[in-house]
Design a protein around this ligand. Structure first.
Ligand code: COA
Length: 214
């Protein structure tokens, strides 16, 4: 939770954000994008993390494990890949019963972020009992292995136990499959604004609002 936003970590998060987008992910941009396209938007979010109004929730993996998993993904038999995936979902800190550390700013020495999201506090004093989840993303090399589910569980646990929140909300664009993912994570659809997101001149998607009581 809230690791120090060093230059290396900023570059790594922005690089992942560009790869996730170019792989078809829905995190505020449409492909093709470069890190340079994303950097100004990222800088605004990182500044909010520095100020403490947004929280950065990351799943990390030892760099050696990351290399092994990547090589497994590139051509290992199905059973071997499934065993690796079982190992991934047991990364320390992703177990919902394993409460997040309350101490902020632990450096990520020897660790690489493989999934992350942000929890934004509202500017309204009347809306401080919940936060908005945004920029949810898993490194494309590790998607489909349970990390997204573990990330959402870790964020909910941190929001409830450490931040003392009562709920989380998030918005997604329709037609991506993410709606199914969030429902699987316990969120319920509470609203939908038709055609609010225009991803291309003749392609407008609904903005779907989700809510999770903690
Ligand atoms: C969406 C995302 C965070 C999910 O993380 P993940 O690690 O791939 O998800 P998990 O392995 O935990 O999968 C959990 C379940 O959700 C499903 N799922 C995940 N992403 C999905 C998608 N885009 N469409 C349909 N189903 C999806 C999985 O199939 C799985 O269900 P199953 O057990 O029935 O097979 C990840 O795929 C990602 O980063 N996508 C690109 C960025 C993005 O679009 N983020 C959402 C912004 S609103």
């Amino acid at each position: 939770m809230n690791p120090p936003l060093t230059d290396d970590l900023r570059d790594h998060l922005i690089d992942m954000w560009a790869r996730v987008t170019n792989d078809g992910g829905s995190v505020g941009f449409v492909p093709p994008v470069t890190a340079a396209d994303i950097r100004p938007t990222a800088a605004r979010s990182f500044e909010k993390v520095r100020q403490g109004t947004d929280a950065l929730v990351c799943l990390t993996m030892p760099t050696e494990t990351e290399k092994t998993c990547k090589s497994l993904r590139n051509g290992a038999p199905l059973e071997t890949r499934q065993n690796a995936q079982n190992d991934l979902v047991h990364i320390p800190g992703t177990d919902p019963d394993n409460r997040p550390a309350t101490s902020p700013s632990v450096p990520l020495t020897g660790e690489r972020v493989v999934a992350w999201l942000l929890l934004a506090e509202s500017e309204s004093l009347l809306r401080r009992h919940w936060r908005t989840v945004y920029r949810v993303q898993v490194d494309p090399d590790f998607q489909g292995a349970g990390l997204g589910t573990a990330l959402m569980a870790a964020a909910a646990s941190y929001a409830k136990e450490t931040l003392g929140l009562e709920a989380l909300t998030l918005m997604t664009r329709s037609g991506t499959g993410a709606e199914r993912f969030y429902k699987r994570c316990g969120y319920r659809e509470v609203g939908r604004i038709p055609g609010a997101i225009r991803v291309a001149p003749h392609d407008s998607r609904d903005e779907v609002h989700f809510w999770l009581d903690l």
